[in-house]
Design a binder for this molecule. Sequence first.
Ligand code: HEM
Ligand code: FES
Length: 351
Amino acid sequence: MSVQYQAIGWNRQKRIYDSTLAAVILLYLALFAGLGAVVHPNATIETLLIRAFGTAALLLLHVILSIGPLCRLDRRFLPLLYNRRHLGVTMFTLALAHGVFAIVQFHALGDVNPLVSVFVGNTRYASLADFPFQSLGFFALLILFVMAATSHDFWLHNLSTPVWKRLHMLVYAAYAFLIAHVTLGALQSETSPILAIVLGGGRITIQKMHVAAALRERRIDEAPKTAGRDGFVEVCDASKIPENRAIVISLAGERVAVFRYGDRISAISNVCRHQGGPLGEGRIIDGCVTCPWHGYQYLPDSGCSPPPFTEKVPTYRTRVIDGKVLVHASPLPPGTPVEPAQIDQVARLRA
Ligand code: HEM
Ligand code: FES
């Protein structure tokens, strides 16, 4: 967590992730260039490489944009999310290679500065068929650069999580620029339908996954929870919460994760201090609620990260009456210790 910054905290899982990623990309580039040379014998190696890097970057961007909703819909995709930032930086590197090769190939031979030439080499901005699509790729690349450059936790902490998240939402703007870049560029002269099918299919799939994930989230926010006179809200039967796991509810517009561990119930904010990951989708490991995104941990009865870490999330008072879990609707300040409710409290109250 955030006691000190490291360039990258390498571990075995990250090494496997990164070597698999590098192997898949190298294979893709080699296959694309190899097959491209067979299918288009007149294409130069520069053209093949420009296309190979561009399509690899765009495909990887589709994977990156799919990971968020996929993890919401099925927990088995969580390992992909753990190192999503490595995918982002890799995608930017591929996009940069594509952009630099394209500028050198198409804009560096005249007497105009190559970067200026991207915008003024063709000025038919009013034409759809001849639009200077390279400029759209440039804006996308600029956004991807800002995101890759600020991907480290150093920036997350210095910019604050909300600002960092908003900045990284620009990925959707980059995606829109790229759809336009390819539609107004390569697709205009492409005779095979493959690129159009992949581009259209990718866009529809990403859109559908986001809608499905959003609907699932909305179900949590729309389930009505009304507080009794004492401010407590009935949540569910204690037996409905799986051991060392949580159910997530919405209280006064805030997501709350209600955990059961053994015969104890604790509730904390569902929002991880790192990047806002859903704590209620994590598990209790070694006595700590463990964020499913990158593993930040919090003690369930105080919302504090175990020492030496210093993150804190708000806690909520809990009760168990007649086997039903109740949570107080008002959050306590982050890190406030709260005695966990005991599931056998009923028996004790009746005794
Ligand atoms: C300075 C920025 C950029 C420039 C100057 C540029 C330039 C070009 C050019 C000239 C082509 C046509 C290549 C051809 O048909 O032979 C192209 C196609 C393409 N570009 Fe870019 N681009 C830039 C940024 C990007 C970025 C950031 C991405 C993706 C992340 C991207 C993805 C693509 C794709 C997928 C194609 C279609 C490849 C194909 O023909 O199969 N471009 N770009
Ligand atoms: S969001 Fe990264 S650990 Fe929780």
